[in-house]
Design a protein around this ligand. Structure first.
Ligand code: ADP
Length: 314
């Protein structure tokens, strides 16, 4: 069977968000204006993004035994993500506790809870279970790092194209990088991992070289409204961003990676996949929230067809 699917190994959280005019000072209580409770977690967001992009998508992750479980599972399921590889473990579902003020400034405490139970045996079993149906593996760093590193190695051995979004940035064993086909850090993650402050295309290129020197085949540094820089041993290419009017940039990176992964799995060439990732990232900034802001395939098609990408080769 020709693989067209995406396997996502990562975090699932309930995003509990309070909105108030200003954030409370330490020890202070303020009255809020609004409150939302939605599916979140970088893994789950990328899975929703890939599924909305049209890829058969399996989420590999853990939820607990509490009311938040039903909320996150129905969120994943409603967007078409396959739930066969989601485990229910003892304890509680992971939570991201978010506060947002009127200017959009936020602070977040993520409590992994059930996400900490995801282990290498579960990952191996899911790679076996999904088998040839998936061609791309999406990874991030909100689950135990050794599980992500194992998934990269096992996924590469199974012939999957391994895409790592190294967020939140943390140091990985040097041996992990050679199993990664594509790494997709934003500027701050690239800077944290490589030690190169990423402030423009030249510095992004130097940060990209750090990943390539460690065995990553393709470094794809996302640069927000400045687009993305794609660097392989063969070439460096800057892709300018799609012009949009952002209202909330949350989850742009997850939209990007999920849509990019779905396009790779559908066997689009890599530049077309980058284009689709960037269009999804741009569209995600035009809507508030994380998972609710992830665009579907038709919206991505429309943005691409109305503003053809003019990539500047360097
Ligand atoms: P993250 O959310 O991880 O910080 P970025 O902000 O770099 O990731 O966004 C990922 C991609 O989404 C970018 O490469 C770009 O193509 C698109 N994007 C993000 N912000 C904007 C924006 N303000 N305008 C247009 N496109 C954007």
């Amino acid at each position: 069977m020709e693989p067209t699917g995406v396997l996502v190994v990562g975090s699932i959280t309930a995003d509990v968000t309070a909105f108030s005019q200003r954030l409370p000072h330490r020890g202070e209580t303020v009255l809020g204006d609004d409150f939302t409770l939605v599916l979140g977690g970088k893994g789950a967001n990328q899975a929703v993004s890939a599924a909305r992009a049209g890829a058969p998508t399996w989420m590999v992750g853990c939820v607990g035994q509490d009311p938040f479980r039903d909320i996150v599972l129905s969120g994943l399921g409603s967007h078409g993500v396959e739930l066969t590889e989601v485990r229910t473990v003892e304890g509680r579902t992971g939570v991201a506790h978010i506060r947002v003020d009127a200017s959009g400034e936020n602070d977040i405490v993520i409590t992994p809870l059930a996400n900490a139970s995801l282990d290498v045996e579960m990952v191996d079993a899911s790679i076996r279970a999904v088998g040839d149906a998936a061609g791309v593996l999406l990874l991030q760093l909100e689950i135990p790092a050794h599980v992500t590193c194992h998934a990269a190695e096992a996924g590469a051995a199974a012939g999957l194209t391994v895409v790592l979004d190294p967020a939140p940035a943390q140091t990985l064993p040097e041996s992990a990088w050679r199993h990664i086909d594509v790494v997709t850090p934003n500027e701050s993650e690239a800077a944290a991992l490589t030690g190169v402050p990423v402030i423009d295309l030249d510095s992004a290129g130097r940060a990209a070289s750090w990943f390539l020197e460690r065995g990553v085949k393709h470094a794809l540094i996302t640069l927000g409204s400045a687009g993305a820089l794609s660097v392989t041993a063969e070439r460096t290419r800057h892709f300018p961003a799609y012009p949009v009017t952002p209202v909330d940039t949350t989850a742009a990176g997850d939209a990007f990676t999920g849509s990019f992964g779905a396009a790779l799995a559908a066997r689009l060439d890599v530049d077309a996949a980058i284009q689709r990732g960037m269009a999804a990232g741009a569209l995600a900034t035009t809507r508030a929230g994380a998972s609710p802001s992830l665009p579907d395939r038709t919206t991505v098609d429309t943005l691409i067809s109305t503003s053809p990408l003019e990539g500047a080769s360097r």
